[in-house]
Design a protein around this ligand. Structure first.
Ligand code: NI
Length: 207
């Protein structure tokens, strides 16, 4: 405690860290709450599976396009005011921290809001986070099926309570980065606000 009392700068750093953590963890506009810890579960819990979606170049892609690579998969939406931005940034950084092994991993962002996130929109968006990030959209049915396979929860929330959905709705959604093996099977997931290095270390264990 003496160290803190003598050094107000330390206090500022601690307060800053708490603020950043609460913004990431709580979300400003209602992303689902994570428990803030990296979690590795046993395989075979039923997360993941076949999907058919449309990539940022308008091409239909399925899980088979990624066979032989590890996938990092995140579901969200481009209008997300905070959490998706932070998580995709973390995902891009984690991939780069793999160095030469980064090529073994495909970072994938899947929108749960295909109406407002057509492929051309996804193209600009994913490019901001990583040059190799794949942005997947598709029909409502395709996106619903993919989200269901990954057990992702999402819900459209009108801007005004009890109002029409309109065009400026928010989307409440699960926020996990899923790590899938070279056959598309679930390996692990990372909760909100993880250190990119911790994610990279987790990936390296299975590379
Ligand atoms: Ni989001």
């Amino acid at each position: 405690m003496d160290k803190f009392r003598r050094n107000p700068v330390l206090w500022l750093i601690v307060l800053g860290a708490i603020l950043v953590y609460s913004v990431l963890e709580g979300g400003l506009l209602g992303d689902k709450k994570g428990d803030g810890t990296a979690t590795t579960l046993a395989t075979g819990v039923g997360i993941g599976g076949p999907f058919a979606l449309v990539d940022q170049n308008g091409q239909t892609v399925t899980h088979e396009n990624f066979a032989g690579k590890l996938m990092l998969v995140y579901f969200g939406f481009t209008f997300c005011p905070d959490i998706c931005l932070a998580e995709l940034m973390i995902m891009g950084q984690a991939v780069d921290l793999l160095g030469p092994q980064a090529e073994e991993v495909v970072p994938i962002f899947i929108t749960v809001d295909p109406k407002r996130d057509p492929p051309e929109k996804m193209k600009d968006y994913v490019a901001a986070f990583h040059p190799r990030m794949v942005g997947l959209s598709g029909s409502e049915e395709q996106v619903t099926a993919a989200a269901k396979a990954y057990r992702v929860y999402y819900k459209y929330m009108p801007a005004k309570k009890d109002g029409e959905l309109g065009d400026d709705y928010n989307v409440d959604h699960t926020s996990y980065i899923y790590l899938m093996d070279r056959s598309g099977n679930y390996l692990a997931h990372f909760t909100k606000g993880q250190d990119p290095q911790a994610i990279a270390d987790g990936i390296k264990k299975v590379l």
